[in-house]
Design a protein around this ligand. Structure first.
Ligand code: UD1
Ligand code: CA
Length: 447
């Protein structure tokens, strides 16, 4: 059967107290909306519709960055979740298949769970994803009658007896598109919030003789995010899962609770990640690499047996080949560092190509920016860059060339040459002794 996803993300997220639309708040470096889209993608949907309202333009940009084929439906007034789903009707005109409604603020639904819902649809008209909550709080409650889901009651409208029910609504609902839109047409807004509740379709469906059931999942999967506290709890949950997954994949984490992953971090077997390492988006680390303590990496690739840090920063476009060594207080941006090259201390390497086995001395800086344009530095294989060399780009250092310490290099250096670009040293005999005498005499006089 054809499948379409509708992901609701129009709500303002009042409890976030934010300028940013709620579904664009990030978990592990990706908007929570993208996490929801990633879960839904496991169903290989024929169509994905995102319902956007607050900050719709920004929501559209984020959604399309992940899936260029996603369709945006506008909900300019947020009148409730049923009203939100109704806005997707145009985008799904003529669609004959199942619809799965996901909430953009519920990012952790597992593919297996969605598959279980699809399976349950074979025997029931409507399938709702539910979970037993340790603390049901403000979640909608699932009211069962015999083996059928009878209705869903929202917390604000629930009686004390209903509030005592711990089986809660995750928000995920599956039904045939025609069933869903027919039911939504009949939803009213006569409730405590004055909203059109999607959850009302269950009671309406049952009254019409349709069947409804609940697929259960773990509470952790259905974590809904409505506040900053819940956002940080979601982040913590994501991180703890990512740490366990990395360890299961054969990665050594010396102090797992201090390592932070992005949603897409990839780390090979037998890599070692020391304490307090932070991964931004788009990082891949190959087998056997070591990321030493207090390093920050984003948008970079680290090959086999390379060593990074402690206290290193790899920024987007940093590509480290096998056996490269990047040491303390070194920043690398948009630069290819070839096999076995070393940048061990206190350097900035940006917009550069560094040849195999080159040694970049302490304090070396590629001066890549002239205030308007960025320029490239190319350093050949086996080159030796003296400590504290300023490489004023664009500039090329040939294979096996050298620069003298403290040089400001503004012209290309041919292969095999030594470039020295600093003031020549001048020793003044005995001058220091005479100067010290003079200064001490002045101090003795109390000057
Ligand atoms: C909703 C459910 C509740 C469930 C809970 C799970 C309803 C009526 N209630 O409550 O049963 O336990 O989620 O987390 O569905 N949205 C729109 N347009 C709107 C209103 C909401 O797009 O007009 C979107 C929001 O952006 C959000 C999602 O729908 O992504 C859920 O809305 P929210 O207001 O957070 O619902 P809850 O009160 O959490
Ligand atoms: Ca919510």
């Amino acid at each position: 059967m054809a499948t379409a996803l509708i992901i609701l993300g129009a709500g303002m997220g009042t409890r976030m107290n934010s300028e940013l639309p709620k579904v664009l708040h990030q978990i592990a470096g990706a908007p929570m909306l993208v996490h929801a889209m990633k879960s839904g993608a496991a169903l290989e949907p024929d169509l994905t519709v995102i319902v956007a309202g607050h900050g719709a333009a920004a929501v559209e940009t984020a959604a399309k960055a992940y899936d260029p084929d996603a369709v945006i439906a506008q909900q300019s007034e947020q009148l409730g979740t049923a009203h939100a789903v109704a806005q997707a009707r145009g985008a799904l005109a003529g669609f004959d298949g199942d619809v799965i409604v996901l909430y953009g603020d519920t990012p952790f639904i597992r593919p297996e769970t969605l598959a279980a819902m699809t399976a349950a649809r074979l025997t029931h008209d409507i399938v709702v994803l539910g979970f037993v909550a340790a603390d049901p709080g403000r979640y909608g409650r699932l009211i069962m009658k015999a083996d059928q889901l009878d209705r869903i009651v929202e917390f604000t409208d629930a009686t004390d007896e209903e509030r005592a029910v711990t089986l809660c609504n995750s928000g995920v609902i599956a039904a045939h598109a025609n069933t869903l839109f027919d039911l939504i047409d009949t939803v009213g807004n006569d409730n405590a919030a004055g909203e059109y509740y999607l959850t009302d379709i269950i009671g309406i469906a049952r009254a019409k003789g349709l069947s409804a059931t609940v697929v259960h999942c773990d509470e952790a999967e259905t974590l809904g995010i409505n506040s900053r506290a819940e956002l940080s709890a979601a982040e913590a949950l994501f991180q703890s899962r990512a740490r366990t997954a990395a360890q299961d994949d054969g990665v050594t984490l010396t102090a797992p609770e201090t390592v932070f992953f992005a949603h897409d971090t990839v780390i090979g077997r037998d890599a070692i990640i020391e304490p307090n390492v932070v991964f931004g988006p788009e990082v891949t680390i190959e087998s056997g690499a070591t990321i030493r303590a207090f390093s920050h990496l984003e948008g970079c690739h680290v090959s086999r047996d390379a060593v990074v840090g402690p206290y290193a920063r790899l920024r987007p476009g940093a590509e480290l080949a096998e056996g490269v060594k990047i040491g303390n207080f070194v920043e690398i941006k948009n630069a290819q560092i070839a096999e076995g090259a070393k940048v061990n201390h206190l350097s900035y390497i940006g917009d550069a190509d560094i040849g195999a086995r080159a040694n970049i001395g302490a304090g070396t800086i590629t001066c890549n920016y002239d205030g308007v344009f960025k320029h490239k530095t190319v350093i050949g294989a086996d080159a030796f860059i003296g400590s504290n060399t300023m490489l004023v780009a664009p500039v090329k250092i040939g294979n096996a060339a050298m620069t003298g310490s403290g040089s400001v290099i503004t012209r290309d250096v041919p292969a095999g040459d030594l470039a020295v670009a600093r003031a020549r040293q001048d020793n003044k005999a005995g001058f220091a002794l005479r100067l010290f005498e003079k200064l001490r005499a002045r101090k003795a006089k109390g000057a």
